[in-house]
Design a protein around this ligand. Structure first.
Ligand SMILES: NC(=O)c1ccc[n+]([C@@H]2O[C@H](COP(=O)([O-])OP(=O)(O)OC[C@H]3O[C@@H](n4cnc5c(N)ncnc54)[C@H](OP(=O)(O)O)[C@@H]3O)[C@@H](O)[C@H]2O)c1
Length: 262
């Protein structure tokens, strides 16, 4: 099992949900966390919930502003001299039909969920190589199969698998890569999900409120990363279709069309 004691762990999307819970988990293992997202006030709140808040750093970052990433990397290196783990967690979901979603919204979803993590990874990679570090990518079961109202979100998550599986091969022996695919997790992700016009969905969907506890999810992500697993599926019965699609595709298509989209 890998140890995160005294490791510098940079988490995007740390102001809420899975990212905030991952910060708690890594901090409890003795890591120093760099907490990034757009909402600085919320990041401060998360930091103050961690054991030894003074050990951790709040670093506001917008995943759509890749021109700011080199400075952000410099800031972390100035503060701690190294980066051991990058957790590409920040993301935004979608609640709109493909046919009705504007191309501008498609671009926004790809920017936050795919190009942002890719650009940040490229900026951090030289330092992860130096520390023989690790990248943890928070994909989704929507990275394994398409689903109602999630066309571009699912496309971005599928794209993460293509990119990070390739990177894992290229960096073998230098940088570890773990891809986590959560199912339905109890976080406010549906609140900020974008509709066809790029407005917030602003509703807590049943799929979220009845989902897996976020701390249980974060614990499973960290356990998979500590074991250097290449991929992990996390959730309740909603992860079964991933196996159906692989082994019984006919059954998959019959079952998936009856699942609730919200
Ligand atoms: N909850 C689920 O059921 C579920 C299932 C599968 C996968 N996931 C994935 O898990 C990850 C975390 O989601 P969550 O469930 O924890 O949702 P969440 O509570 O809504 O958290 C999303 C995080 O992403 C950040 N974020 C959004 N847009 C950003 C941007 N442009 N730049 C930087 N940060 C941004 C948000 O912070 P700011 O608003 O402060 O920027 C927030 O910290 C996402 O990648 C999501 O796709 C979630």
């Amino acid at each position: 099992m890998l140890s995160y004691h005294n490791k510098v762990v940079w988490i995007t999307g740390a102001s809420s949900g899975i990212g905030a819970s991952l910060a708690k988990g890594f901090a409890s293992l003795g890591a120093t966390c760099v907490l990034s997202s757009r909402n600085e006030k919320q990041l401060d709140w998360v930091r103050n919930q961690l054991a030894h808040p003074e050990r951790h750093l709040v670093l506001p970052l917008d995943l759509t502003a890749s021109d700011t990433f080199p400075d952000a990397v410099g800031f972390v290196l100035n503060a701690f001299g190294r980066i051991d783990v990058l957790v590409n967690n920040g993301g935004v979901s979608q609640r709109s039909l493909a046919a009705e979603t504007s191309l501008a919204v498609d671009h926004q979803l790809m920017e936050v969920n795919f190009f942002g993590p890719v650009a940040l990874t490229k900026a951090v990679l030289p330092y992860l190589r130096k520390s023989e570090g690790q990248i943890i990518v928070i994909s989704s079961i929507a990275g394994k199969f398409g689903f109602f109202l999630r066309s571009t979100y699912a496309a971005a998550k599928h794209a993460l698998h293509g990119f990070f599986e390739s990177l894992a091969l290229e960096e073998e022996g230098k940088v570890r890569v773990t891809i986590a695919c959560p199912g339905k997790i109890n976080t406010p992700i549906s609140m900020s999900a974008l509709n066809e016009n790029g407005e917030k969905h602003n509703a807590m969907d049943d799929n979220q409120s009845t989902g897996m506890d976020v701390d249980v999810c974060a614990h499973k992500i960290i356990r998979a990363a500590r074991k250097n697993r290449r991929e992990v599926l996390i959730g309740k019965k909603e992860i079964i279709p991933v196996y159906l699609k692989r082994y019984f595709p006919y059954m998959f298509w019959r079952i998936i069309r009856n699942q609730k989209a919200v």
